[in-house]
Ligand binder design. Structure first.
Ligand SMILES: Cc1cc2nc3c(=O)[nH]c(=O)nc-3n(C[C@H](O)[C@H](O)[C@H](O)COP(=O)(O)O)c2cc1C
Ligand code: SF4
Ligand code: SF4
Length: 253
């Protein structure tokens, strides 16, 4: 079974491509995470988890879901991490998570996809994004082939910088940067409610037709990137930047 979480579609695309190649079921974790549904799951085929990289590790909301949810049946589990640059030493933490759950860690594939973190960086325009995805497809297909054969992913060497990024930097990243304080809606807002609908943490509600952000944000970039009116900004940084949604998928919501 292929499980995925995706803010802006990259990981959904990777998950569905692997699902098609392996002829396996693809399940979104969006509703489960949103409703805090940790009910047990079963799969006879290997587990595959496709997720974005947040500060060189898997998203903490996915980590919590995996930690709390019992996965029965097949004991092998593969991870497919989409990223804008690299996944650092994420694999090391996944190995520990798997050991605690009694799952056989089969490796973590690094899939370089378009950057979506427009609260801090910039996202590519459609043409460039399609070129990056074109290159990623080969890596995704190689990963699918290894999953089909039941072979582990080949693990790249980990540098000191990778260890620092996934360890120390990840630990300070969440408390220092991951909050919704800088989000606001401009007059372009058409009160459609999509931002509230696509938030995996139900962190947005509409007040007199305009979004209001709460304190429970994981910076997935779904609200700001998927607003149909491009009416959401993150401080001054996001002004004028391309909003990124994977051009190959229609993401949930
Ligand atoms: C909060 C946040 C943190 C990120 N951290 C990293 C990172 O550490 N390394 C990296 O290469 N990309 C990073 N990215 C980029 C995303 O991992 C990448 O664009 C991913 O493919 C997005 O997946 P999605 O479309 O499925 O949400 C980050 C993005 C966000 C929103
Ligand atoms: S998605 Fe955009 S247009 Fe729709 S309610 Fe939210 S801010 Fe307004
Ligand atoms: S508020 Fe926006 S960025 Fe934060 S978790 Fe919800 S959708 Fe993602």
């Amino acid at each position: 079974m292929i499980l995925y979480f995706s803010g802006t579609g990259n990981s959904e695309y990777a998950a569905k491509r692997i699902g098609e190649a392996c002829r396996d079921e693809t399940v979104s974790l969006f509703e489960k995470i949103r409703s805090r549904d940790f009910s047990p799951m079963h799969s006879d085929s290997p587990w595959v988890v496709a997720i974005p990289t947040y500060a060189w590790r898997i998203p903490r909301i996915v980590q919590e879901w995996l930690h709390r949810t019992s996965l029965s049946g097949n004991r092998n589990i593969y991870f497919v991490m989409t990223c804008g640059g690299n996944i650092g030493n994420a694999g090391n933490y996944l190995k520990k998570l798997c050991a605690a759950k009694g799952l056989n860690y089969m490796g973590c594939a690094e899939i370089v996809m378009p950057e979506n973190y427009i609260a801090m960086f910039t996202a590519p325009a459609k043409e460039e994004a399609l070129a990056i995805i074109g290159q990623a497809e080969q890596v995704i297909d190689n990963a699918a082939l290894l999953i089909k054969k039941g072979e582990p992913f080949i693990q790249p060497a980990v540098t000191v910088k990778d260890k620092l990024n996934s360890g120390f930097v990840n630990n300070i990243f969440y408390p220092a940067f991951v909050h919704a304080k800088k989000f606001y809606a401009t007059d372009a807002c058409i009160s459609c409610g999509k931002c509230a609908k696509v938030c995996p943490l139900s962190n947005i509600h509409l007040d007199r037709g305009k979004p209001v952000w709460g304190k429970n944000c994981t910076h997935c970039m779904a609200c700001i990137c998927r607003c149909p009116a491009e009416a959401i900004e993150y401080g001054r940084h996001s002004r004028g930047l391309v909003r990124y949604v994977c051009p190959k998928v229609t993401v949930q919501g």
